[in-house]
Design a protein around this ligand. Structure first.
Ligand code: MEV
Length: 307
């Protein structure tokens, strides 16, 4: 039984989404986490293998906060099933700590594979809810946008605590994703913003509200296929993310390189403090921007089209 789940990019609205403002995200269909389950000897219980981390552990011996074990326990409880004699293996093409949703992608792919092995197809809403519980272990106070967009595999307009709006967009977006090569720990970035917001509430609330308004405008621009306006809104979002302290010189260098090479807009994506940037490009402009990003030191550049 093999399953997979995509990575994700946040188009706009990261961080403010944690405080109830809207955000938009899209799945990255071509960069995925895979999970598969094979039957094992009777009485062996469930073993968990994380190929990329070189980890293998028995569910019975795993601590409560081990993410894959927590996910497996949640799936078994949700289905009302006993622990099967099997091996659940996960392998991800997504960079860990890159802001591309690797944690949620592992959870969704693993939940799909384990439920499938037990004869059940889980709905996107059920997968998202299960993965959200594990996101809390990874990230502390997640908004839920990562598990949502990854479980639905569709672009979403998301407000914390509300059912996601799956976007019916007239045409896909062409994006470049460039990896700064510096790890971004979401839990730490979100905690740092929270601390600064507690110290300077008016400053942070003003910027979160501006980001929220910009996300609504970006949705309209996307729906109307007004890509130059959408690009400007991504740039404006980046300026506000820098003001709340989550950009870095390395991310700024990649963003500047993309804009100078003709990107319609560029910004960090995810928690910032490292990780990846996205650049909105046209089909003709894509090769020059990709070259510029590599020349500016991106350790990996993905070309993707939101679907
Ligand atoms: C992480 O992909 C995006 C953040 O807004 C955190 C969250 O939404 O949970 C930084």
């Amino acid at each position: 039984m093999e399953s997979s789940a995509p990575g994700k990019v946040i188009l706009c609205g990261e961080h403010s989404v944690v405080y109830g403002y809207p955000a938009m995200a899209a799945p990255v269909m071509g960069v995925r986490c895979r999970a598969w389950v094979e039957a094992a000897a009777s009485g062996s219980g469930l073993s968990l293998v994380a190929v990329d981390l070189g980890e293998r552990l028995a569910l019975r011996a795993a601590p409560p906060d081990q993410p894959l074990a927590a996910l497996a326990r949640l799936v078994l409880a949700h289905l009302g099933c006993e622990e099967p004699d099997a091996v659940l293996t996960v392998h991800s093409d997504l960079p860990i700590a890159g802001g591309l949703g690797s944690g949620a992608a592992v959870s969704v792919a693993a939940a799909r594979a384990l439920a499938g092995f037990l004869g059940v197809t889980l709905s996107p809403a059920a997968l998202s809810a299960l993965a959200y519980e594990v996101e809390k272990l990874h990230h502390g106070t997640p908004s839920g946008i990562d598990n949502t967009v990854i479980a639905w595999e569709r672009p979403v307009y998301f407000v914390k605590g509300q059912p996601p709006e799956v976007l019916a967009i007239p045409a896909p977006l062409r994006l470049l994703i460039a990896d700064s090569g510096i790890g971004a720990v979401t839990r730490e970035a979100v905690a740092a913003v929270r601390q600064r917001r507690e110290a300077h509430p008016a400053y942070y609330e003003a910027r979160f509200a501006q980001i929220g308004a910009l996300v609504s405008a970006a949705r309209a621009a996307w729906e109307q296929q007004d890509l130059p306006t959408l690009g400007q809104l991504l740039d404006a979002n980046q300026a506000l993310l820098a003001e709340i302290g989550v950009s870095t010189p390395r991310l700024e260098a990649l963003i500047t390189a993309a804009r100078q090479a003709g990107a319609l807009g560029a910004k960090l994506t995810g928690s910032g403090m490292g990780g990846n940037i996205i650049a909105l490009v046209t089909a003709e402009g894509m090769p020059a921007v990709a070259d510029a990003l590599r020349a500016a030191g991106a350790v990996h550049v993905w070309q993707t089209i939101t679907e």
